[in-house]
Design a protein around this ligand. Structure first.
Ligand code: ZN
Length: 64
């Protein structure tokens, strides 16, 4: 996974979310964004939260 941070200086200070699937970055409110637990390929692998913008969340996981 490549993190795209161009044009957004110190985005981490704004508590915005970066979409897992596309370069989109959330607004401060992160309205409509969803976090999903992403399982690793191995059972003993650590599970991490992946953030998805509304568009990608619907494409990847459906409207619900
Ligand atoms: Zn996205």
């Amino acid at each position: 996974m490549i993190e795209v941070m161009d044009g957004t200086d110190r985005a981490d200070e704004l508590h915005v979310l970066a979409c897992t699937e596309c370069p989109r970055i959330s607004s401060a409110s992160a309205k409509g964004w969803k976090a999903y637990r992403v399982d690793g390929p191995e059972d003993d692998q650590e599970r991490v939260l992946g953030f998805y913008c509304p568009e990608c969340a619907e494409r990847e996981f459906g409207p619900h």
